[in-house]
Design a protein around this ligand. Structure first.
Ligand SMILES: Cc1cc2nc3c(=O)[nH]c(=O)nc-3n(C[C@H](O)[C@H](O)[C@H](O)COP(=O)(O)OP(=O)(O)OC[C@H]3O[C@@H](n4cnc5c(N)ncnc54)[C@H](O)[C@@H]3O)c2cc1C
Length: 503
C-alpha cells in the first residue's frame, strides 16, 4: 500500500507548515461510491481531515455486493476497462494485484434475430462494425442482402466535407441499416445503454474516422485500425476488461480500509440534505439516522467544513449545489436511464456447458431484457464460488427504454428474468430451478461517448470549479465507467487540495 505523500515539485511552503495546514483543513466528501472514496483518499493521503458521508447503509454506490445463498458476487459493476491503466494502478496500489482476473474466453452471442434466432457475435469488428461483411458469422446475422448492402461501403467514395459524428448515422449511410440495427445497436445498447445514433464515433472509437478518410471505406477502416492496434499491442476499443476475485466490492473494501488507516472518518446511513457556503467555509446539513426505537425519528445536524467534494449522482448533486452554483441550474441534466439487473442462482445442469458463451446481447426491442451475462461462464472465480450451481445476470432498461421490471415487485422481476434467461440461453428454466434471486436498481450516468456529453460535462465542471473550496466528481462529470471515474476523481481531488494547501 502506498504511503507516498504527493506535493508540488517546487513549493515555497515549508513541509512542517504544510502538514499543519493540511491537518487544520476539513474536507467533507458527500457520497461513498468509487468517485467519493477515491477523492477522499487523495485528500486523506496529504494529511487533511476527511469526513465521508454516505446515504446508503453500505459504501460502493453502483459497486454492490449480493449474497445469493452463500455465493457472494457483484450485483452492479463487475469489471473495469484496462484502458489508460488507471483502475489497475489503483488496484495495485491497494494491494489487490493477486485478485486481478480476466474473463474466460468464449465470446458473446446475439439474440433477437428475425425469426427469433441467436448467433455468436462476429469476431474482428469494432463496436459491432464488421471488417468483412461477407464473413460467415456476419452474414449469418445480416443475411446476403445485408452483406451486399454493406459491401457498397467499399465502392462508395468517403465523405469529402467534414465527417459524421454519429456512429449510427455513419454506419447506416455507409453499410446499411441491418449492420446498424443488428450488429452495432446491440453492442452500444449493451455497453453504453444508448442508441448508436447518439454515440460520438470519435470518442467511442478514436481513429476510426481518420482511418475512413485514409482508407476510403468504413469496413476497410475497421480492418486498418484493428491492424494498427494489434501492431501497437493495444486492444480494440472497449475490448479489454479485468475483474477481481470476490467481485469489484473488494476494491470498495480496500478503499474503505485505506481511508480508515489514513485517519479519515467514514459514515454510512447519513444523507446530506443541504450545502451552504459563506465564501470562506461550508455548512453541511445532514440527516442523521433514527435511533433503535420506533419512536425515534431521524434528525438534522450540521457539520462545518473548509471544503466539500460532491460525489453523488447528477440529480442529487444538482439539488445540493443549486444554492452554491446557480450556473448549474441553467443547464439541462443529461438523461440518465434507470437500469435494473436481476441476478439468479440456478440449479441448471444444462448450463454447465455454456450454450451462449459468456453472455448474450439483444437486438433492441426484440426482448424485454437488454443483455444477459452468464457469470459462471464468464468468471472462473464465480464458477468456483457457485459449485454445481449457475449464475446469470439479466439486465433491463436503456436510454429511452425504461426497464420493464421497474413497476414489478421483486418476485415478478425475478420470474421475468428467469423466463428471459431461458429464451436468451435457449434452455428451459422452470421456476423451481431458481434457488435465489436479487433485483438491483441503478441509475446509469451518461457515457462520455454520447454526442454533446463532453461540452455538457465541461460546462458543469467549470461552474463547480469557479466556487472556492468546492469540487464535484463522479460518473455524471467523468463519463460512466470506473476507467473514467477513478482518474477524474483523483485529478479533481488533487486540484482541490493544491488550491487549499499550496495556493
Ligand atoms: C448497472 C451498472 C453496471 C455497471 N457496470 C460497470 C462495469 O462493469 N464496469 C465499469 O467500469 N463501470 C460499470 N458501470 C459504471 C460504473 O459503475 C459507474 O460509472 C461508477 O461506479 C459510478 O461511481 P460514482 O462514484 O460516480 O457514483 P455512485 O456509485 O452512484 O455513487 C454515488 C454515491 O452517492 C451516494 N449518495 C447519493 N445521495 C447522497 C446524499 N444526499 N448524501 C450522501 N450520499 C449520497 C449514493 O448512495 C452512492 O453511494 C456500471 C453502471 C451501472 C449502472
Amino acid at each position: 500500500m502506498s504511503s507516498e505523500r504527493p506535493g508540488p515539485a517546487s513549493s515555497s511552503v515549508e513541509p512542517a507548515d504544510l502538514a499543519a495546514r493540511a491537518a487544520r483543513t476539513h474536507v467533507v466528501v458527500v457520497g461513498g461510491g468509487v468517485g467519493g472514496l477515491v477523492a477522499a483518499r487523495e485528500c486523506a493521503k496529504v494529511g487533511m481531515r476527511v469526513t465521508l458521508l454516505e446515504a446508503a447503509d453500505d459504501l460502493g454506490g453502483v459497486i454492490r455486493r449480493v449474497d445469493l445463498d452463500g455465493v457472494v458476487l457483484d450485483a452492479g459493476a463487475e469489471s473495469y476497462a484496462t484502458k489508460g491503466g488507471y483502475v489497475r494502478a489503483l488496484v495495485d496500489d491497494l494491494g489487490l494485484t493477486d485478485r486481478v482476473v480476466t474473463p474466460q474466453a468464449g465470446g458473446a452471442w446475439l439474440a433477437g434475430l428475425p425469426g427469433g434466432g441467436a448467433a455468436p457475435l462476429p469476431v474482428g469488428g469494432i463496436l459491432g462494425i464488421p471488417g468483412n461483411p461477407f464473413q460467415d458469422d456476419v452474414r449469418r446475422i445480416i443475411g446476403w442482402s445485408g452483406a451486399w448492402r454493406a459491401y457498397l461501403d467499399r465502392v462508395r467514395p468517403p465523405l469529402t466535407i467534414g465527417h459524421q459524428l454519429s456512429l449510427g448515422r455513419l454506419v447506416a449511410s455507409r453499410m446499411g441499416e441491418k449492420v446498424r440495427d443488428r450488429l452495432v445497436a446491440p453492442v452500444t445498447t449493451g455497453v453504453y445503454s444508448a442508441s448508436p445514433d447518439d454515440i460520438d464515433i470519435d470518442v467511442a472509437a478514436p481513429g476510426l474516422n481518420a482511418a475512413l478518410t485514409r482508407v476510403g471505406s468504413l469496413s476497410g477502416a475497421v480492418l486498418a485500425l484493428r491492424g494498427e492496434n494489434a501492431a501497437a499491442g493495444a486492444k480494440t476499443p472497449g475490448a479489454a476488461v479485468e475483474g477481481l476475485v470476490g467481485g469489484m466490492s473488494a476494491l470498495v473494501d480496500a478503499l474503505a480500509a485505506d481511508l480508515e488507516e489514513l485517519g479519515a472518518t467514514v459514515r454510512t446511513a447519513v444523507a446530506v440534505r443541504r450545502l451552504a457556503t459563506d465564501g470562506t467555509g461550508w455548512r453541511v446539513v445532514v440527516e442523521e439516522p433514527a435511533g433503535d426505537t420506533d419512536e425515534e425519528e431521524s434528525s438534522e445536524t450540521e457539520i462545518a467544513a473548509d471544503a466539500v467534494i460532491v460525489a453523488t449522482s447528477e440529480q442529487v448533486a444538482r439539488e445540493l449545489l443549486a444554492e452554491a452554483v446557480p450556473a448549474l441550474a441553467a443547464a439541462e441534466p443529461a438523461p440518465s436511464p434507470e437500469i435494473e439487473i436481476v441476478t439468479l442462482l440456478l440449479d441448471a445442469p444444462a448450463l454447465r456447458t455454456p450454450p451462449r458463451g459468456t453472455g448474450v446481447l439483444t437486438v433492441p426491442h426484440s426482448h424485454t431484457a437488454k443483455a444477459l451475462t452468464h457469470s459462471t461462464a464468464k468468471w472462473a472465480w464465480v464458477r468456483e464460488a457457485a459449485g454445481d450451481r449457475e449464475v446469470v445476470r439479466v439486465s433491463f432498461g436503456a436510454q429511452g427504454e425504461p426497464a420493464v421490471t421497474a413497476s414489478m415487485d421483486d418476485e415478478a422481476a425475478i420470474d421475468l428474468a428467469r423466463r428471459e434467461a431461458s429464451t436468451l440461453l435457449g434452455v428451459p428454466l422452470t421456476a423451481d430451478q431458481v434457488l435465489a434471486g436479487h433485483r438491483g436498481r441503478f441509475v446509469q450516468a451518461q457515457p462520455a461517448s454520447i454526442i454533446g456529453s463532453g461540452e455538457r460535462r465541461t460546462a458543469a465542471r467549470e461552474a463547480v470549479q469557479a466556487v472556492p473550496g468546492l469540487a464535484a466528481v463522479g460518473a455524471w462529470l467523468a463519463g460512466t465507467g470506473l476507467a473514467q471515474v477513478v482518474p477524474d476523481a483523483t485529478g479533481e481531488a488533487d486540484r482541490l487540495r493544491r488550491a487549499l494547501l499550496w495556493d
